[in-house]
Design a protein around this ligand. Structure first.
Ligand code: PLZ
Length: 449
């Protein structure tokens, strides 16, 4: 790596000087309790003072290994130098005009990058927003507008956001939907392909046929605007559908004028070792939503689609005050340049190559690890009761707790909260990744001994 390695700046090591959370973090937590809504839950109440590369430095001076990237956001590293200097230059020029009032070049440059990088060689147009949920909402707006149809199909275990429409699209009730309804109508849920839980040997094509038969029976293609799908499910448990599932769904949609919306918010921007997870099986969606990893930690989201679809919407139909904020766009351009210059596609693949043998060896040794799955730097362990294969959320919580207290930030996911997911920054130094995996391995061995 060169002198401008994106983790420059912060010592890349795990180093604990207090128990976690430390005294200063505990003080701040107490202030939180008196000010921040209890509805906002904190996974690890360790307050961060600085972060970079693969580490988080807390307010007590502890240095933690980051295997979460703020939920798949800081793929280029936290406070990545190129992002910081682009942001600094942009805030000094101007911070906001509202693109719908008086436009600026960074917005269109991000749209050009989205056109280049998202799957498919066709002509594309994009619109920018501030959060992933907003991008998904707008995908549905475009799909309904263009098709003149109302229904939207989503999958078991899907996660698409917390706004009213995206809550309807999201599968899991707790904590996302409980007592927050009524939800938007015309949303239909069908089975995903879940190789670990599906009947043994079920192919991707068979899983697709199972989903499509439900759609045909309960919705009807003629009523269906779009199918919204995560090519690898994120919050729902890092579920990788069986090969052939996505292409079969895509084919069915294309033959019926149903738009395929790929939600690449968690999977996009090198995370899975491709620019987008759809690339893996060469699936070309009609609309793609992006956010998270796009802008190195600044809030930005995109909706990119076939030009004739995105241009069919009447002028003024898409927008928002902050959508495509110039500072976030500058960050995205620098982040994307970093991904290219530092080969973060290769980095994601190397992370898989390093972690996979460690995790599968752990699974071989420890029957509570039901499955290792994922792709690139989006990897997970599903924890089960070995006797019944039932999800084991208690064990999962125990392991995560042990990792956190040892200074390794891992996250959970899964409808049953029994999946430990790894989303390291793609620039994490290899020895730090190895150390993080070692802590995780020891935590699982200890908890199941
Ligand atoms: N689509 C595939 O993963 C966000 C949610 C964290 P926003 N996932 C993290 C939480 O508990 O709120 C996500 C996603 C996929 C959409 C979204 C929504 O993106 O930027 O959080 O709105």
């Amino acid at each position: 790596m060169t002198a401008t390695h994106p983790d420059a700046g912060l010592v890349q090591r795990r180093h604990l000087v207090t128990e976690l959370p430390g005294p200063r973090s505990r003080e701040l937590s107490a202030r939180c309790d008196a000010t921040v809504s209890a509805g906002v839950h904190v996974a690890l109440p360790v307050f961060i003072a600085a972060a970079g590369g693969g580490v988080l430095l807390d307010v007590d001076g502890n240095s933690l290994i980051d295997l979460g990237s703020g939920i798949a956001v800081t793929s280029v590293g936290n406070a990545a130098p190129a992002v910081v200097s682009a942001v600094r230059a942009q805030v000094e020029r101007f911070t906001h005009t509202c693109f719908m009032v008086t436009p600026y070049e960074p917005y269109l440059a991000v749209c050009e990058e989205l056109a280049r990088l998202t799957p498919g060689e066709h002509e594309k147009r994009s619109a920018l927003f501030s959060s992933g949920a907003e991008a998904v909402e707008n995908a549905v707006k475009v799909a309904r507008h263009v098709t003149g149809r109302a229904a939207v199909v989503v999958f078991d275990h899907a996660y698409h956001g917390r706004t009213n429409l995206t809550m309807a699209l999201t599968a899991k009730v707790m904590p996302y939907k409980h007592r927050f309804g009524p939800f938007a109508p015309e949303v239909y849920r069908v089975p995903f392909s879940y190789p670990f839980r599906d009947p043994a040997g079920m192919s991707g094509e068979q899983a697709a046929a199972r989903a499509l038969s439900v759609i045909e029976a309960q919705v009807g293609a003629g009523n269906l605007a779009c199918v919204v799908i995560e090519p690898i499910q994120g919050e729902g448990g890092f579920i990788v559908p069986a090969p052939g599932f996505l292409p079969a769904i895509a084919r069915w949609c294309a033959e019926r004028g149903v738009l395929l919306v790929a939600d690449e918010i968690q999977t996009g921007f090198c995370r899975t070792g491709d620019w987008f997870a759809c690339d893996h099986e060469k699936v070309v969606p009609d609309l793609v939503t992006t956010a998270k990893g796009i802008a190195g930690g600044l809030p930005l989201a995109g909706l990119t689609g076939r030009a004739h679809l995105m241009d069919a919407v009447h002028a003024g139909g898409l927008g928002g005050t902050y959508g495509g904020n110039p500072v976030a766009c500058a960050a995205a351009l620098a982040g994307i340049a970093t991904m290219r210059e530092h080969d973060l596609l290769g980095a994601a693949r190397r992370i898989e190559a390093t972690a996979w043998p460690t995790l599968t060896a752990l699974a071989a040794r420890c029957p509570a690890v039901g499955q290792v799955r994922g792709r690139g730097a989006m990897l997970a362990l599903e924890l089960i009761d070995p006797a019944t294969a039932a999800p084991d959320p208690g064990l999962t919580a125990q392991v995560v707790h042990a990792c956190h207290h040892a200074g390794v930030v891992v996250l959970t996911c899964g409808t049953d909260a029994n999946v430990i997911r790894l989303l390291p920054p793609l620039v994490i130094p290899p020895d730090l990744l190895a150390e993080g995996l070692d802590v995780l391995t020891q935590a699982i061995i200890t908890a199941t001994a």
